[in-house]
Design a protein around this ligand. Structure first.
Ligand SMILES: [Zn+2]
Length: 279
């Protein structure tokens, strides 16, 4: 059956709601619970994968400092990708040849989606929005396209209802699991995390039992537009070869592959002259 790749985030997990809960240095008491909820949603999908005869699961911790999923809770044959920077960001490892499907867990909507819990695009600190060939990108959209470049389909998307609506653009035949509903940008309503995990495991079981949908394949060349939050960042990025300043906050560049485009996004998000990621 091969391997499953899980790209995991925290904002779309049931129960997670306040920005202060997203990092351990603020509401540590609430983050401790949020990391447990995130870990357990990943465990539910991994359990369904092993029941479906997947031999290995690779999980990318794609949230905050990328040290949220508790490695001590993982069963055998789950490999965990942690920390930043990583050239393929949330999808680091998806290029392994025997991965045959991807699942997005805990996903959230893009920075330009209104009334969606904790919506942002990769880094709210770095980017106002991201466009790929003119299309506004959510993390799901760009990550699914990157997986598609390697021939891997997305078979399951879990997050808040707005995120799952967005999955129609990039994984229309995947199982779409609504883990919670957004009331607004900073409020949500959900069933208890333990109940949501059981339902998520059922949804994942269904996703893994179906015939594989086609991967989401976009045709290049790939034109990236980044709207930075800082004019200074836009100015400096435009020093790089082939990078154009398109507005006070905006830069653009074209790429032959999405893998190289995502590396550029990673650079724009994490570069620091001290070599220490800004997170
Ligand atoms: Zn996140």
């Amino acid at each position: 059956m091969g391997k499953l790749f899980i790209a995991a985030d925290m904002e779309g997990c049931a129960g997670v709601s306040a920005p202060q809960a997203l990092m351990p240095d603020r509401w540590a008491w609430e983050w401790s619970a949020a990391r447990r909820w995130m870990t357990e949603e990943v465990l539910a999908v991994a359990a369904a994968a092993f029941d479906a005869q997947y031999t290995e699961v690779i999980v990318g911790d794609g949230h905050g400092n990328a040290h949220n999923i508790d490695p001590d809770r993982l069963p055998d044959n789950v490999r965990l990708v942690r920390s930043w920077p990583r050239p393929l960001l949330h999808m680091e490892g998806v290029d392994e040849s025997d991965i045959n499907a991807c699942a997005f867990v805990g996903y959230h909507a893009s920075s330009t989606t209104s009334s969606s819990i904790l919506a942002h695009s990769y880094s709210g600190a770095a980017f106002r929005w991201i466009r790929l060939n003119g299309e506004l990108c959510s993390e799901g959209y760009l990550n699914a396209a990157l997986a598609g470049e390697f021939g891997k389909p997305v078979v399951l998307v879990s997050g808040d209802a707005r995120t799952v609506e967005d999955a129609q653009r990039y994984a229309p035949q995947a199982i779409h699991f609504v883990a919670k509903k957004s009331i607004g940008w900073r409020s949500q309503v959900s069933l208890p995390p333990a109940q949501v995990r059981r339902l998520l495991q059922e949804a994942a079981t269904e996703a893994f039992s179906r015939p594989k949908p086609p991967p989401f394949v976009l045709q290049g060349p790939f034109h990236l537009e980044l709207e930075m939050t800082s004019q200074g960042a836009a100015e400096m990025l435009a020093y790089l070869p082939n990078t154009r300043r398109i507005s006070a906050f905006g830069i653009s560049q074209s790429f032959d592959t999405l893998a190289s485009l995502v590396r550029f996004v990673a650079f724009a998000m994490f570069y620091s002259p001290t070599g220490v990621p800004a997170l």
